[in-house]
Design a protein around this ligand. Structure first.
Ligand code: ADP
Ligand code: MG
Length: 614
């Protein structure tokens, strides 16, 4: 997904305005701001900077957010919402197979629309729930800074699609925040470490992010201030919570029990103690404690045995990400560690071994994304003039043209923001409506790409085919949100839409689309050539037919009969797969008709031969 372009000239923000950076995480969220030239995470009146991304709807109608809400996760799961980030911008169909991971009710009425969550008798959208977390963060910042906060930069995973980004932006709006930029988490983490500041040299960076419930590896390339995501991989259901579960399971089995033998309350106690043990073992060799009436202990050695398979899984993802980026471990210049779970020494050492180098862990891994967001915010506020960040769009954007071909308007890897346009024309006489179908992807046939939107340009005044001039304009803003405009230039009729897909593309789908396009490139090129030849043949036949009808009185019998015969021969093989044969018959027809066509050249026909048809 597109990373964020920051256009310094565009940022006309007055001095003294504070823009905060927000890491809206699956497990934990934070807000940070630039203070005396350094980014700092804010705590408000609370003791810590971390706000658990948990919301509890209490019996008395109060809504608790953060640490207080977290206490109800196991005691009252039906009224306690966690991991809402997993639902952002997604439809019921998207998350159908993940339902068992949520303790609360997800509504399945409209399977294509955005999901809703039921708590008691009310329905909540993931956007509204995320807004509650954002509001809590805003209040903390306001408390600590003693001023109102209205502007923010919010981070999202690199693989978030349009719909998920748009949903995050909307959540900000609901929380009273003008979201100036949506920024990729790995980009923010790299920024926090000051990577990409040396504009002369390109650097390749691996960002390893192991949080509470998700794992992401991103390979980035930074050159001339452009952050490009070369590849992403990961596991949306692997994180520190799995470490806690492994410990809990170990303790239960030592006691000769399973999770069904203990009460909810006891299980919660055990999970909390397991997390405590895990954190303790990040700096110590042994842990002991009590929970659920049991005296429990854990050594670092046993803990590492328990989590080894989980760590190995993340390493496999790293290798795949390298492979997808066409790189080897030694091509990576820097490795950045993100997420609370990278504090576990086994995680750190395993990643260092894989990449054959020391990893960056100087900054607090919980805070690093928020700190980077604060730096982005500061750049936006115009306070850091030596930085220019540009981002790129990872998939091509285009429209469907005749024969179901993908006509790319903004190619993959274009720097955003960007805009591009092209002219098209109609294929039928008197055509009043023109359908514009917008697609995303790398394949030559639109049926292999992803449809983003469709609209109809209507009210085109009656004209012969080929005469209308329809300008299609794509405008891609810095957040990767696309606006499409269509205008018939002769009449001035116009139509435009903002592309906001109902539900999005998952990380896997995106990777798959890119992979498929490479795999099928050869095949696609051949198919495209045949389809193009067929379309050209049809255009030629239509043009010739119109020509004959309009000019029968100006042509002699031989000319008419000869043209008809060649048309017939072209029609016979038009739908075949032999593009060379199609081309040679088009040529034959063309050569035969050229002398007399030139003689009585019809303006509309000459126009019809120009321009692509939709
Ligand atoms: P997310 O990005 O998913 O919101 P975080 O980056 O905040 O998540 O990571 C949360 C995870 O980090 C939790 O599983 C937590 O137990 C774990 N964690 C926090 N501190 C430590 C520590 N000192 N040692 C090991 N794991 C830790
Ligand atoms: Mg995170």
């Amino acid at each position: 997904m597109p990373q964020i372009g920051i256009n310094i000239k565009e940022a006309t923000i007055q001095k003294r305005e504070v823009i905060v950076g927000i890491d809206l995480g699956t497990t934990n969220s934070l807000v940070a701001v630039m203070q005396d030239g350094q980014p700092a995470a804010l705590s408000g009146k609370q003791s810590g900077t971390i706000v658990p991304s948990v919301i509890h709807f209490a019996q008395d109608g109060r809504i608790l957010v953060g640490d207080e809400a977290k206490n109800f996760l196991i005691e009252d799961p039906e009224h306690t919402i966690f991991s809402v980030k997993r639902l952002m911008g997604r439809s019921y169909n998207d998350i159908r197979n993940e339902q068992q991971h949520f303790g609360y009710r997800i509504i399945d009425e409209n399977t294509e629309g955005l999901v809703k969550i039921q708590v008691n008798d009310t329905f909540h959208s993931p956007i509204g729930l995320s807004a509650l977390i954002l509001k809590e963060l805003r209040l903390r910042a306001e408390e600590q800074l003693g001023m109102e906060i209205h502007k923010a930069v919010i981070t999202v995973p690199a693989y978030f699609n349009d719909a998920q980004r748009q949903a995050t932006r909307d959540a900000g709006k609901l929380a009273g925040l003008d979201v100036l930029r949506i920024v990729n988490e790995p980009t923010a983490a790299s920024l926090a470490y000051g990577l990409g500041r040396k504009q002369e040299t390109a650097e390749t960076i691996a960002v390893y992010d192991l949080g509470g419930g998700t794992f992401d590896i991103s390979i980035l390339r930074i050159e001339d201030g452009v952050f490009e995501v070369l590849s992403t991989n990961g596991d949306t259901y692997l994180g520190g919570d799995d470490f806690d579960r492994a410990i809990t399971g170990h303790w239960l089995s030592l006691a000769g029990k399973t999770t069904v033998d203990v009460s909810r309350h006891e299980l919660q106690e055990l999970r909390l103690l397991a997390e405590q043990a895990k954190k303790h073992l990040s700096t110590a060799d042994d842990f002991s404690g009590e929970a659920a009436g049991l005296t429990l202990s854990l050594s670092r050695t046993v803990f590492e045995e328990l989590i080894q398979p989980l760590v190995d899984k993340t390493l496999a993802s790293c290798r795949q990400a390298l492979k997808d980026a066409g790189l080897k471990a030694e091509d990576i210049d820097q490795v950045v560690m993100v997420g609370g779970s990278t504090r576990t020494p086994l995680v750190k050492s395993s990643v260092a071994t894989l990449f054959g180098q020391e990893v960056h862990d100087e900054l607090d891994p919980d805070e690093v994304v928020a700190l980077g967001a604060a730096i982005q915010a500061d750049i936006l506020a115009g306070n850091q003039t030596d930085m220019l960040l540009l981002d790129i769009t990872p998939l091509s954007l285009g429209i469907e043209t005749m024969g179901g071909l993908m006509d790319v308007i903004i190619p993959r890897n274009s720097k955003v923001p960007t805009s591009a346009g092209r002219q098209y024309t109609t294929s039928v006489d008197g055509q009043a409506n023109l359908k514009v179908s917008v697609f995303q992807g790398e394949r030559d046939l639109v049926r292999d790409n992803r449809k983003l939107a469709e609209f109809i340009l209507s009210g085109i005044p009656g004209m012969p085919a080929g005469l209308p001039k329809v300008e299609i304009q794509f405008i891609l803003n810095a957040d990767g949100i696309l606006q499409v405009k269509a205008k018939e230039l002769r009449s001035g009729v116009e139509q435009s839409i903002e592309v906001q897909p109902q539900y999005g593309l998952s990380e896997e789908e995106m990777a798959k689309m890119l992979l498929e396009s490479v795999k099928h490139a050869q095949e696609d090129m051949a198919t495209r050539a045949v389809v193009e030849a067929r379309v050209e043949a049809q255009n030629m036949l239509d043009t010739a037919e119109r020509f004959l009808q309009k000019n029968s009185n100006r042509l002699n019998e031989d000319e008419i009969a000869g043209t008809r015969k060649l048309m017939e021969e072209l029609r016979d093989i038009q739908e075949g797969d032999d593009k060379d044969l199609i081309h040679s018959r088009i040529e034959a027809l063309n050569d035969f008709t050229r002398p007399f066509a030139e003689r009585i050249m019809d303006h509309a026909i000459s126009e019809a031969m120009k321009g692509k048809m939709l």
